[in-house]
Write a protein that binds this ligand. Sequence first.
Ligand SMILES: Cc1cc2nc3c(=O)[nH]c(=O)nc-3n(C[C@H](O)[C@H](O)[C@H](O)COP(=O)(O)O)c2cc1C
Length: 207
Amino acid sequence: MTTLEAIRGRISANKFDPTQELSLQEIRELVDLAAQAPSSFNQQNWRFIAVTKKEDKEKLTALAYGQQKVADAAVTFIVLGDLRGHERLAQALEPSVKAGLIGAKDVEGWSGMAAKMYSDERMARDEAVRSGSLAAMTLMLAAQDKGLASGPMIGFDPEGVRKAFGIAERYLPVLLLPVGRAAPGNWPRKPRLQADQVLAFGSGAGL
Ligand SMILES: Cc1cc2nc3c(=O)[nH]c(=O)nc-3n(C[C@H](O)[C@H](O)[C@H](O)COP(=O)(O)O)c2cc1C
């Protein structure tokens, strides 16, 4: 499957085959692919909780207002954004230093810039949502390539999910993302607005 086929072929699935399972290795691979997404300063401030056990799925389904796909999909990811990801920038950049791509001075400089930028709580929250969303989209396209369906969801109680799954305050639940084999009965591809309806050249005046 080409990238363009994955983009044009993906749908948000509502119906998943409840008998299908994914191995830990397959789940790890999906997250490894999601983590190839870009992030500001390469801070990689996304985190994922893979919910696969029946009792955990039931708990999560109730917190998603009974949306059955959470229970039926082989795995439902809780995609998190770290509100304090910039504090771990040095750690996130260590492999780039080891690979000789950047030096200690870059890490120091970028850490200073990031600390300043994200001392603004709104910026920190925006970045958590941005990074979580980019990683989730990358995961959806990777899943599509592997013949798996996905369904991004904001219909859940984030504070309830935080409590039920023991998620620390620093992590913002950004999306739920069920992934698995599609069952019959999903919507077909939904049409989109045309490019000219969402695109302006050079200024926002046309929008
Ligand atoms: C941020 C986000 C949140 C969404 N939340 C839900 C949800 O809680 N429940 C649901 O059934 N669909 C949800 N959707 C799916 C959208 O309804 C779907 O993506 C949209 O109708 C376009 O359909 P398509 O992805 O199949 O092209 C969500 C999608 C996004 C991107």
